[in-house]
Structure formats: C-alpha cells, structure tokens
Design a protein around this ligand. Structure first.
Ligand code: NDP
Ligand code: PYC
Length: 334
C-alpha cells in the first residue's frame, strides 16, 4: 500500500485531472469528490475513480470544460443542464437555488440533466444537511443489474441516499446505497485484487450464480433484498429518468456503445426544510429524531455513516492508503 497525507492525495488528484485536460472548475469539484470518498474510506468512489474520469474522457464521453446552465423552471423545481460534463459542477450550481426554493416552499426538487455520473451520493446529501435541510437523491447508471426473477442486465446500480440534519454539531444521519447488492465499483475492486465475491452479488452470462468478479461483470449483478431492491431500482429509473426528461440505465448503456465510460443520464435531488414544515414546533418535533437515533444505538446497532465518520477522523490524522499499483497507474496519467 502507498500511504499519503490528504494534502498529497489532493495534489495527486488535481495533477491527474489537469494532466488529462479537465477545466479548472471541473478539476476542483472532481478532486473534492474523490478526496471525500478516499478520506471516508469509500474505496470504490475514491482516488480509484480517477481512472474512470480519464478513460471516459479518452473515449470522448465527457465534456472536459462543460459549464452547467441553471434554469429556474418552477416555484418548486430547478433544473441544471450539466452540458455533458460530470455531475458535480451541476450540483454545485443548482444547490443554492434548491435551498432557497426548499425554504420558500417547504420542499423543492433539483433535476440535473445530461451529466456523466460516478459519484457517491452522500457527498451531495451532506451539502444539503449542512444547510439544515433534509435531502434525498437518486439516479440511474448503466444497465448492469437483472430485475428480481430475471437473468439479464436491465436496471442500473441506481443509488438512493437520504440525509437528516442533527443539532449540536452532531454529524447528520445519512444512508447511501446502491439498489444492487453492492456498487459495481466494489466488484471491480474485487477483480483487481483477485478476490472472489460473496454469494448473492451476481450471476454469470448463462444466468447461473457466480462468485467470479469477471464473470459477474460480464453477466449481471443482482438487486439487494430481491424484489424490494428491484422495485426501488425501477422507481429510480422512472423518477430520475423519464420524469426529468433524461435517460434510463438501458439508454445510458446504449449511449456508451461499448466505450466502457461512466454512465450518462440525469439525477433527481429533493430538499425539505423542517422549519417550513413545522414552523414554531420545529425543535420539539426534530427532538424526536434524536430519541429515535439514541434508541437505535442503545440496542447496540449503529447508524449508517458512522463507519465513514470514524474513517474521516482517522484519515485526517493518519492520511490515506491506496494500493501501490493504483498509485503507479495514477502517476502515469499526470
Ligand atoms: P454499502 O453497502 O457499503 O453501504 C450502504 C449504506 O449502509 C451506507 O450508508 C453505510 O454506512 C450503511 N451501513 C453499512 N453497514 C451498516 C450497518 N451494519 N449498520 C448501519 N448502517 C450500515 O454501499 P453500496 O455498496 O451499496 O454503495 C456504495 C456507494 O456507491 C454509495 O455511496 C453510492 O452512492 C455509490 N454508488 C454510486 C452510483 C452512481 O451511479 N453514481 C451507483 C451505485 C453506487 P457506512 O458508509 O458508514 O458503512
Ligand atoms: O459503483 O455502481 C457503481 C457506480 C456506477 C456509477 C458510478 N458508480
């Protein structure tokens, strides 16, 4: 493993992205995203994703200097056209309008269109909870996942993330998961490390259960929770696809046309303002959330994101570690 400080990891990411030809703004937000992933030890969405940024650009499937366009579409809807760039800059452009609308209406939606997407959604959800708002985000990806009961890839790994702000400097309650049994990035990391997969993650080309990452990448991934994950993934195809006038995972994969690039589609983000919902009773009702969280922890369970927050504390002091082979690949891209 190669150890480095967060500052050195940031410099490495910037050098790779600039070296590949991304604009200053794109480099800034992409660096923030992969460093946040690495810092919180979400390895499938950390520095490793720079390889995808480079290969997606080399394949001509992302616009390196895209500038998002914000359209204040309706009292409760802001739309941002990412212009074929990665999603992060579009989210940054849309967030202030989304927050203002959520405070005015109680609830508002940000629809991002025409974006190339690879990020872990908790990064965006944390930006929303930092503003004291409740957030929900989802998006399609590429058609890599078989619907429950089926055997061929159709749905995306379609992540769903939710965040709830907490008082007194407590970190927000956030969960963020793929609706497949695991993110595809994790299967790729198993393949790179020569490790076999746990049961239940995927099937091979013939529809048979497989623990071989290469066979599953070539076959189909499975949903989490069987028909429940399958239904959630389908909902996400709908509300972050046709509802916002953008591509489904099957259409994103067709657009890819074998290039192996990051998915190209839209993203739907909702923000809700507890103060607008609850008025003067806000604090009283929000306190019930704290009781719920304490009751979960009192049983010996943990809140989602706790592992991430602990990793964040650790890596701030000790720095991060990535496989030497990945480090060498990244250096080649600078
Ligand atoms: P995980 O299964 O690793 O984690 C899912 C969530 O469950 C996390 O919030 C995690 O918190 C929480 N969690 C895990 N174990 C426990 C536990 N024992 N008790 C309570 N909570 C727990 O995530 P996935 O592999 O499904 O997804 C990984 C990432 O991939 C996500 O960030 C997602 O956004 C991203 N992704 C992005 C896609 C895209 O299109 N852009 C597509 C698919 C995935 P903690 O982190 O603290 O463990
Ligand atoms: O890990 O499934 C995944 C993924 C898809 C797009 C970005 N990450």
């Amino acid at each position: 493993m190669r150890r480095m400080s967060l500052e050195d990891a940031t410099a490495l990411a910037e050098a790779v992205l600039k070296g590949q030809g991304f604009s200053e703004d794109q480099t800034r937000v992409l660096t923030q995203a992969v460093i946040a992933g690495q810092r919180d030890e979400c390895h499938s969405h950390g520095l490793y994703r720079l390889l995808n940024c480079a290969s997606t650009l080399a394949a001509g499937k992302v616009v390196a200097d895209a500038t998002p366009k914000v359209d204040d579409q309706a009292p409760g809807i802001v739309r941002v056209d990412a212009g074929g760039g990665f999603s992060q800059l579009a989210f940054e452009a849309g967030l202030p309008v989304l927050a203002t609308k959520a405070r005015e209406q109680g609830i508002a939606a940000l629809a991002i269109n025409h974006c190339v997407h690879f990020s872990a959604l908790w990064v965006e959800i944390e930006a929303i909870t930092d503003l004291g708002l409740v957030g929900l985000a989802c998006n399609p990806s590429h058609a890599w996942v078989a619907p429950a009961g089926g055997s061929r890839p159709l749905l995306g790994t379609n992540p769903l993330a939710f965040g709830w702000p907490r008082p007194d400097g407590k970190p927000p309650f956030i969960f963020d998961f793929a609706t497949s049994a695991v993110a595809r990035g994790d299967i790729e990391l198993h393949r790179r490390a020569g490790k076999s997969l746990p049961e239940g993650w995927g099937i091979d080309r013939t529809g048979q259960p497989s623990q071989d990452p290469a066979a599953v990448l070539d076959g189909a991934m499975l949903t989490f929770g069987g028909h429940k994950g399958s239904a959630l993934a389908t909902m996400i195809e709908l509300i972050a696809g046709p509802l916002i006038g953008d591509l489904t995972s099957a259409e994103s994969l067709a657009h890819d046309n074998g290039a192996g690039a990051s998915p190209y589609h839209g993203e739907l983000i909702l923000a809700m303002d507890p103060a607008r919902f609850l008025g003067e009773h806000s604090a009283q009702h929000m306190a019930k959330a704290e009781t719920l969280f304490s009751s979960i922890i009192d049983q010996g369970a943990r809140l989602p994101s706790q592992r991430r927050y602990e990793a964040r504390e650790r890596t701030r002091k000790e720095g991060i570690a990535i496989p030497e082979a990945l480090y060498q690949e990244l250096v080649q891209l600078m």
